[in-house]
Design a protein around this ligand. Structure first.
Ligand code: IMP
Length: 196
């Protein structure tokens, strides 16, 4: 079976991809290839970070690789936190602090439109392929729900029944989410390749 690296240490993401592609590819995480260092993510756009990670794995470990990067883009904040979503409130701060910063900046703001966007970079046989997924929504004025992670409790997708991502089951979220859509495009591409 072909080996491919998913440049992540997130066990949940790995498991998800293995369930979807495990019959075609042996999907290795960063720990599986002995990559324990922090891979630089210094690009100005999520696409650049995804590509950087995929290239790093190819250059240092020799494997074909795919990598994802996600940002929450809030229109009234000029697209922030965007590529800085993970550390919006500064290094050492958690998701709760990131949410507090967003809510603070959005106080009194009426245009609350936003989107999550995921970019996936697949470096395969020295060719880079890009896949994107996004979901439109609005930023609420306070947290709703306790599930999910990151900014889920303040993001209400336009599609759906009015729940935030934090109020949805993982299955319902995956069906419409930025990452779910980007992953679906990656999988379609890899499956088509196998059929040709
Ligand atoms: P990553 O590229 O998947 O690590 O995502 C970067 C950051 O975006 C995370 O640290 C979260 O703050 C945020 N984020 C990514 N995906 C989601 C999501 O599905 N819900 C809420 N926040 C997310």
């Amino acid at each position: 079976m072909k080996k491919i690296v998913f440049a992540t240490n997130n066990a949940h993401k790995l498991q998800e991809l293995r369930q979807m592609l495990g019959d075609r590819y042996e999907i290795l995480g960063l720990a599986d290839i002995g990559c324990h260092e922090d891979i630089p993510e210094t690009a100005d756009f999520i696409e650049g970070n995804a590509q950087m990670k995929a290239r790093y794995v190819k250059e240092h470990y020799g494997y074909d690789c795919f990598s994802d990067d996600t940002g929450l883009e809030i229109d009234a904040l000029g697209g922030e936190p965007g590529v800085h979503s993970a550390r919006y409130a500064g290094p050492g701060h958690d998701s709760e602090a990131n949410i507090d910063k967003v809510l603070d900046k959005m106080q009194g703001v009426t245009d609350r439109t936003a989107r999550f966007r995921t970019a996936i970079a697949l470096l395969q046989d020295n060719e880079m392929h890009m896949f994107e997924g996004q979901v439109e929504g609005i930023i609420l004025t306070e947290r709703h729900g306790t599930g999910g992670f990151g900014y889920d409790s303040i993001f209400r997708p336009i599609e759906g029944d009015g729940s935030t991502f934090a109020q949805m089951s993982p299955q319902d979220k995956n069906r419409i989410s930025h990452r779910g859509r980007a992953v679906a495009r990656l999988i379609e591409f890899l499956k088509n390749q196998e059929n040709n």
